[in-house]
Design a protein around this ligand. Structure first.
Ligand code: 5GP
Length: 122
């Protein structure tokens, strides 16, 4: 694959772009979002960029999707009170900008940032 076709997350995984990595496993990595939307905002990302979104991931490698959820819970246990919001933007009109599947883990919402009614802006 030509260098400029690789996703920004693949370049982070390769160490070419710096990131604040909070988990680095065999198949999954997690790092802080550069533009946080909550007190804790992590991206939980499979190391393969084969799957563009969560639908493709669920169909192609459900165990890897389950691993992402498991890593998210582990990170929430470490960095929040264990409660969290997990978001997979799917498609440009839902806000997806990086087409290398990733979960947004949002947590630490004691300031009300994640309270009921904050799921999406109308
Ligand atoms: P999406 O909009 O595709 O669901 O999420 C992409 C996320 O990646 C955004 O929340 C954006 O802030 C984050 N992001 C984009 N580029 C970088 C980067 O270079 N480093 C980090 N840490 N996050 C990034």
């Amino acid at each position: 694959m030509a260098e400029d076709e690789r996703s920004i997350f693949t370049r982070i995984i390769a160490g070419e772009i710096p990131a604040d990595v909070v988990f680095d496993g065999e198949r999954v990595i997690a790092f802080r979002d550069i533009n946080p939307q909550a007190p804790v905002h992590l991206l939980v990302v499979p190391k393969t960029e084969k799957y563009r979104n969560v639908t493709e991931l669920a169909a192609g490698d459900p165990e890897l999707l389950a691993e992402i959820v498991s890593v998210a819970q582990r990170l929430a246990d470490e960095q929040t009170n264990g409660e969290y919001r997990l978001i997979f933007n799917t498609g440009a009109s839902s806000g997806q900008t990086v087409f290398h599947v990733h979960a947004h883990l949002l947590g630490g919402g004691t300031d009300g940032a994640l309270s009921e009614g904050t799921l999406g802006k109308l």
